[in-house]
Design a protein around this ligand. Structure first.
Ligand code: SAM
Ligand code: CA
Length: 248
């Protein structure tokens, strides 16, 4: 009986996410409704192709869901973003969303420790005609950001930064990225509700990787809430995205 209850708890914490493909919404039917009514019919054909290609990848769960991609595109257009950074590319769903939303002379500095993932999506990005906006750099993001911060010309040079990589480094990224984004610009930290595990009791039966990063996500959320250099907005889109607007 106790084992059954544990299993049930586990399903509630992680099962829905797997079943519904990345949403914190309680109702799978409602999430499906959103995707089928408002997202998939408006999804760019290249994004659709990239999403469907990525669905076959064993790490597919890492990809940005289509409703979040749609949100990012709207946001980028609303703030007239031109110069952006993405930390954590994988096969490129959020990267292609960004590239499609930026103007023709827009630029994205895309950082990922693994180029092999990016290479899977690259032919689709090329076909979409937006590769010229992307400057992909392979390597751990932290030293690459340190290099950027060294040069005065990069400080305050970015309109938007999307952080979607190793969650245990988010605070380290924040310390650098806050200098790179302009005053009035935005940083988006992804997965800040971490599958809902931020409110899980200490003895909840979480998957190892969820447990491993949970403390870092909790620490980040507290830090951002207390950082007077930014205004914040925590949205339950995808796995939770925290928008930070630099004010000083
Ligand atoms: N934004 C992507 C999308 O839309 O599909 C998903 C990114 S995925 C959640 C995380 C990515 O971060 C992986 O591709 C991984 O290789 C990369 N990554 C992990 N640690 C990193 C590090 N230290 N520096 C740069 N990239 C890293
Ligand atoms: Ca993510």
């Amino acid at each position: 009986m106790a084992a059954n209850n544990n299993q049930e708890q586990q399903n509630q914490l992680v099962g829905h996410k797997e079943l519904a493909h990345k949403s914190l919404l309680e109702s799978d039917a409602l999430y499906q409704y959103i995707l089928e009514t408002s997202v998939f019919p408006r999804e760019h054909e290249s994004l659709k192709e990239l999403r469907q290609m990525t669905e076959k990848h064993p790490w597919n769960l890492m990809a940005t869901p289509a409703d979040e991609g749609q949100f990012l595109m709207m946001l980028l257009k609303l703030i007239n973003a031109k110069n952006t950074i993405e930390i954590g590319v994988f096969t490129g769903y959020s990267l292609l969303s960004t590239a499609l939303a930026l103007p023709t002379d827009g630029k994205i500095l895309a950082l990922d420790v693994n180029r092999e993932y990016y290479d899977l999506g690259l032919p689709i990005i090329q076909k979409a005609g937006v590769e010229h906006k992307i400057d992909f750099k392979e390597g751990p993001a932290l030293p690459l950001l340190d290099e950027l911060v060294k040069h005065e010309k990069n400080k305050g040079a970015y309109d938007f930064v999307f952080v979607d990589a190793d969650k245990d480094n988010y605070l380290n990224y924040h310390k650098r990225v806050i200098e790179l984004v302009k005053v009035g610009g935005l940083i988006g930290y992804d997965n800040t509700l971490w599958g809902g595990s931020v409110v899980a009791p200490p003895d909840a039966p979480l998957k190892d990787y969820v447990k491993h990063f949970r403390g870092h996500v909790l620490e980040l959320n507290k830090y951002l809430a207390n950082d007077s250099r930014i205004e914040i907005c925590q949205l339950p889109v995808g796995d939770g995205i925290t928008l930070c607007r630099r004010i000083i």
